[in-house]
Design a protein around this ligand. Structure first.
Ligand code: S3P
Length: 428
């Protein structure tokens, strides 16, 4: 294989400012486009996923400008959105695809959404089903379950939904559609998924009723343009939390990382494994808590996790599996079958990929059983186009005996442009 070779390192010393949160960047762009007046987003993530959202907005007639990580969106309300003259391409981004369907369900025109090979194989009925019940007309491959999907929006009727999986993309799509429906629209989740949509809607002036795993909005809402400061993405910081815990020497400081409690499962679990992670300064801005994180080397031990913890760290399970592979004892991850329908089947890909690098992982239908090892050998691994796998393999390379050659490392650009260059600057 001709991948990018990541060599073993002794450690890292210094500060790494992780890029803006992916989930929050998507929502800031979408709500900015839905609102009346200007929305100014600071620290917008320039990952390919969020750029897909911006491109789709442009095709719908939303005017925005970008300079570096700052974006100005000149919102004129949803009535100003226009029927696109071509297919909307969400690329690799499930969030773009599913949230955009929700936003557009109340628009009286037709749109076709598609994406890359990975996105076209991911289940969409979880969103198209509820939106159809609200009144949208939707056709797609395999009975409306797979992209390309064509939707003819229109007047929607508010509904109450009980979702089967805790998915913020599903919840958000329904709530965003509910803003334009008659009456009330509510979602009851099996456990709480990330609540950035609810928090940001409130920031844009929308009344949102929520209690634990229940949330409700009313139709006819008016969004007003806002200033949005996007915190650093804890899902990106997670790679350094694991590297910093398992490296032999040094210390990593991660300033301004989002610590919304629906996202901090990775900190809780790593701390339960024995990690030395401290929250140094914390504050709240734009309804989202944030903190400076400090991580130092430690000896990790295995852990068992499942249930309500899973939605709080679903995207971090690939890198958590790396941590567990180098921890003392056994780690068992259950209730995470959702991993099979992410950018790749992350249970299969993580188990196969890490095993080839020297780990001992048994695949379970809904998770993994991992026997920790004192060291990983290294070798060759492919991202299969999955950004979080690319970065997980790079971290294994740094912690391994022989290094790792990562095929398709550039997939990391989906959520973390220049990931490798950033680390090179602070390596000891
Ligand atoms: C996201 C929700 C999660 C997560 C994804 C981003 C979001 O997906 O895995 O990376 O921004 O709403 P699900 O809603 O499918 O769980």
């Amino acid at each position: 294989m001709g991948g990018v070779f990541i060599r073993p390192i002794a450690g890292v010393e210094g500060e790494i400012r992780v890029p803006g949160d992916k989930s929050i960047s998507h929502r800031a762009a979408l709500m900015g486009g839905m609102a009346f007046g200007e929305t100014h987003v600071t620290n917008f993530l320039l990952g390919q996923d969020c750029l897909s959202t911006l491109r789709c907005l442009k095709q719908l007639g939303v005017v925005w400008e970008r300079q570096g990580t700052e974006v100005w969106i000149r919102g004129k309300g949803m009535e100003a959105w226009q029927e696109p003259t071509n297919v909307l391409d969400a690329g690799n981004s499930g969030t773009t695809f599913r949230l955009m369907l929700g936003v557009l369900a109340g628009s009286p025109f037709s749109v076709t959404l598609s994406g890359d090979d990975s996105l076209r194989s991911r289940p969409m009925r979880r969103v198209t089903g509820p939106l159809k019940q609200m009144g949208a007309s939707i056709l797609g491959r395999s009975g409306g379950n797979m992209a390309p999907i064509t939707m003819m929006g229109g007047q929607l009727q508010g509904q109450s939904f009980h979702t089967e999986v805790a998915s913020a993309q599903v919840k958000s799509a329904i709530l965003l559609a509910g803003l334009r429906a008659n009456g009330e629209t509510s979602v009851q989740e099996p456990s709480l998924s990330r609540d950035h949509t609810e928090r940001m809607l409130r920031g844009f002036g929308v009344e949102v009723d929520s209690a634990e795993t229940f949330v409700k909005v009313r139709g006819g809402a008016r969004l007003t343009g806002q200033k949005v400061f996007v915190p650093g993405d804890i899902s990106s910081a997670a790679f350094f939390l694991v590297l910093g815990s398992l490296m032999r020497q040094g210390e990593i400081i991660l300033p301004d990382v989002g610590i919304n409690p629906t996202r901090t499962g990775i900190i809780d679990v790593l701390q339960a494994m024995g990690a030395d992670i401290e929250l140094l300064e914390s504050s709240e801005l734009c309804g989202e808590p944030r903190a400076t994180l400090r991580v130092r080397p430690s000896q990790l031990k295995g852990v068992e996790l499942g249930g309500d913890m899973i939605p709080r760290l679903i995207d971090e399970i690939p890198i958590l599996a790396v941590a567990a592979s180098l921890a003392e004892g056994e780690t068992v991850i259950r209730d995470a079958a959702e991993l099979r329908v992410k950018e790749t089947d992350r249970i299969q890909r993580v188990a196969q990929g890490l095993n080839a690098l020297g780990a001992k992982i048994e695949e379970l239908p809904d998770g993994m059983r991992i026997q920790g090892q004192p060291a990983l050998r290294g070798g060759e691994a492919s991202s299969f186009g999955d950004h979080r796998l690319a970065m997980a393999w790079a971290i294994v390379g740094m912690l391994s005996k022989e290094g790792v050659s990562v095929e398709d490392m550039s997939a990391a650009d989906v959520s973390y442009p220049n990931f490798i260059d950033v680390i090179k600057k602070v390596v000891l």
